[in-house]
Write a protein that binds this ligand. Structure first.
Ligand code: NI
Length: 169
């Protein structure tokens, strides 16, 4: 396994639209393993392939504290969504920034696992929010894109400053 570099907002590559996975190869399983390792190491509770500059419809999620429930979604589609929940979100691509985003409170997702086997999953609360956040990445959307223009400008300024300071080190 290997740790993958995570793209940081406002990197233009985060806007790319991910393509469906059509072949369930050992390379896909390695991508999933590397993404899980990268997510756990960060540490984070979700990671989309887009964030590691791989533009395929793959996300990994584990909302447990003890890393005991890795969920892999290949080609995820939301087939049902209802209700409304507003919660504070963060993102490994937007370090040290958190803000409230409105999401569906309950969703049903259809996806495949790393071997290509289809499954359905119903989710509420943090898991539902996390799935919607990660699926946004596959559409080229970062959670700050849901915020006001003013907030987006502030986050961009903060991130550009962060990257400038990192470059200086
Ligand atoms: Ni994110």
């Amino acid at each position: 396994m290997a740790l993958l570099p995570i793209l940081e907002y406002p990197d233009a590559r985060l806007k790319r639209i991910a393509a469906p996975v059509t072949e369930f190869t050992p390379a896909l399983r390695k991508l999933v393993d590397d993404m899980a390792e990268t997510m756990y190491e960060a540490p984070g509770i979700g990671l989309a392939a887009t964030q590691v500059d791989v533009h395929k419809r793959v996300i990994v999620i584990d909302i447990t504290k003890d890393k005991s429930d890795l969920k892999v979604f290949v080609n995820p589609e939301i087939v049902e969504a209802d209700g409304e929940i507003v919660g504070e979100e963060g993102c490994l691509s937007v370090p040290e920034y958190y803000d409230n985003v409105r999401r569906a409170a309950h969703i049903k997702v259809r996806a495949q696992n790393a071997e290509g086997t289809p499954f359905e999953l119903e989710a509420t609360e943090l898991l539902a929010v996390c799935i919607q956040h990660e699926m946004d990445h596959l559409k080229g959307v970062v959670f700050v894109d849901h915020l006001s223009q003013l907030k987006q400008m502030r986050v961009k300024t903060k991130m550009v400053k962060r990257h400038r300071e990192q470059a200086r080190r």
